[in-house]
Every structure is written in structure tokens, then in C-alpha cells.
Design a protein around this ligand. Structure first.
Ligand SMILES: [Zn+2]
Length: 317
């Protein structure tokens, strides 16, 4: 049973500094019998939940290594975009390009594009399955969920059901997806699940532990880790088709103040929050749920413009 650290790509910064994209690999002694799973985090540098989940998983795999219970191969890429992570920004400052739009046949040949290519090739040659972990954006907090493109749902929904999230959101193809890591890995026949959880620039421990349990369960279910007695009970996620998601948008610009917690079951007419016009004496405008369901997205950044997303509800099945 081995545990190794590898540098996938290295590049020089402007002041003699250098950055490296690294992989940690845990291999079982019966590696030939087991499947290979890769877990990627930090494609967006201000999303820390995935990096933390990789750290928690590494701690657990060190124990599994001691117990001899790793069967396949597990590759962890905890910081896929190191310059952006160190800057605490979505994209690395001097590249100023979204690293998760650098994949696929039309990718650019810039340094950023070359780094993405090196990462992609490394994952491709050592994965039967992959996970790409994200932590939303500056505005919206998300309940642990897996996002699945409609065209891949047949293959990915059964895999997503093993991962202890609250939601599997099946959605149509949009123009940005074709240059993402997950789209291109799925295109190469490597089933890849995109996890969204929490909100960027924060760590939500509860959600991170929930996803850790999901990843460990997935590794056990596919035979990468030996099954244990007394494993915890997994959540059965609600699978959402595009027409089962209701988006609540701001009717006007202002400051949004939530009045409910993320993850609550709501009924039509329940109070979600209020919109405040900070320069007027008018009463705040209440925001109500238009439907019964699960509140799985909730705005955290107060500043809104007309049409901004305030919340999303998964319609009750
Ligand atoms: Zn992201």
C-alpha cells in the first residue's frame, strides 16, 4: 500500500517564486483489482470547502492505509489552481481567466491553458471516476448538491445517489460548460460528478463532513475501500429536473435580509426574507416562497439588483 506526492505542473512567478499543482495518490496493494477515483478541488481559488474536504479525506485515508483497507487508487488534487488559492480570488490575478474554462479541444495555448491541459491529462490517465468540488460564488450559499448535465444523467444519477448530498440537480447544457473540467472528463468517458456546497471564502464544517461521508461511501460502494461495519446512514438525495426548481428573484434593487435558514422545508407563502431600500422610509418589501419545497439556495450577499437570485426551491416531489 503506497502513498505518494507528485508535482503535475510547475510554473515560475515573476519574482523567482514558483507554483506547483500537486497530486497525492493512495494505492492499495491489490491495485489491479480496484478502481481509480480522482478528487479535484480549488479550481476556483476562493472556494475553500473543497480544499478542506480533501484534507479531511487525506486524514481518513492515512488511517485506511494503516489498516490495509485501500483496494484501488485514490488521487487527490486539493489545490488545482494554486495562484488563485493563494490570492483568495476566483481566478489567479495575473491570469485573470477562469481556470475552469480552460479545458477541452478549444482551450487556449496560454500558460493557464497549458496548466489546465497538464492537469487534465494527469486525471484522465489515472481515473475511472472523478469528482470536482466547488463552493458556489460570493452571493449564494448552497445546500450540498451535485450538478448533472441532462445528457449524462443516466450514468451519473445512480453514482450521485451514493454521495450523501441533499440534492442532485439535473440541468440543461449552457454555453460555459463545454470548456469545464467535468464536461470534458465526462466526454472522455470518465464519469465525473460536480459537487457544489456552501459559499466561497468560508468553510461550512457541517456540509464538509457530510460530503466527506459521501465520498467515503462512494469509495466503499465501488470497491475502492474495504466495506466497514457500522457505516453511518446516508442521505437519499432528491433528484431535480429543470422544471422542479423555482428561482426567487429580486423585484427591485436593494439590500436583501434573509429571515430563514438554508435547508428549511418551506410552504407557499412562508417568509424567506425582505428587501430593503436603504435610502427610503418605505417598509421593507417581504419576500415569500411561491411554492412548497426545500430551500436549497439562499442569498448571503445583501446587495441586489432587480432580477438577482434570492433563493431557489426544490419543489416537493
Ligand atoms: Zn467553483
Amino acid at each position: 500500500m503506497t502513498d505518494s506526492n507528485q508535482t503535475i505542473a510547475k510554473f515560475q512567478g515573476p519574482f523567482g517564486n514558483s507554483s506547483e499543482i500537486k497530486r497525492r495518490t493512495f494505492s492499495g496493494s491489490q491495485k489491479k483489482d480496484g478502481l481509480r477515483v480522482s478528487i479535484v478541488a480549488g479550481l476556483h481559488g476562493n472556494e475553500y470547502d473543497g480544499i478542506y474536504i480533501c484534507n479531511l479525506l487525506t486524514q481518513r485515508l492515512l488511517r485506511h492505509k494503516e489498516q490495509g483497507s485501500i483496494i484501488g487508487e485514490i488521487n487527490i488534487y486539493p489545490v488545482a489552481n494554486p495562484e488563485a488559492v493563494m490570492a483568495g480570488e476566483r481566478s489567479a490575478p495575473y491570469f485573470a481567466e477562469d481556470f475552469n474554462r480552460q479545458f477541452g479541444p478549444n482551450a487556449s495555448q496560454t500558460l493557464n491553458g497549458q496548466l489546465a491541459q497538464a492537469l487534465f491529462e494527469d486525471i484522465q490517465k489515472r481515473s475511472d471516476f472523478a469528482f470536482d468540488i466547488h463552493a458556489s460564488n460570493l452571493h449564494l450559499a448552497e445546500l450540498p448538491q451535485i450538478r448533472i448535465l441532462e445528457k449524462h444523467q443516466k450514468r451519473l444519477v445512480p453514482l450521485g445517489q451514493m454521495c450523501n448530498t441533499d440534492i442532485l440537480w439535473v440541468h440543461p447544457l449552457g454555453p460555459v460548460y463545454e470548456s469545464t473540467l467535468a464536461y470534458n472528463l465526462n466526454g472522455k468517458g470518465i464519469p465525473t460528478l460536480v459537487i457544489e456546497t456552501g459559499i466561497c471564502l468560508r468553510i461550512n464544517q457541517e456540509y464538509c463532513f457530510q460530503i466527506l461521508q459521501g465520498l467515503l461511501n462512494f469509495l466503499r460502494e465501488i470497491g475502492c475501500l474495504r466495506q466497514q461495519e457500522n457505516t453511518s446512514v446516508m442521505k437519499i438525495p432528491q433528484t431535480l429536473n429543470p422544471n422542479q426548481v423555482v428561482i426567487i428573484q429580486a423585484s427591485k434593487a436593494g439590500l436583501f435580509v434573509p429571515r430563514i435558514a438554508l435547508g428549511k422545508k418551506v410552504q407557499s407563502g412562508d417568509w424567506i426574507g425582505e428587501l430593503i431600500d436603504p435610502l427610503s422610509e418605505q417598509d421593507p418589501e417581504p419576500v415569500f416562497s411561491p411554492a412548497d419545497g426545500l430551500l436549497f439556495t439562499l442569498r448571503q450577499h445583501p446587495l441586489t439588483r432587480q432580477g438577482a437570485t434570492l433563493a431557489r426551491i426544490a419543489l416537493a416531489p
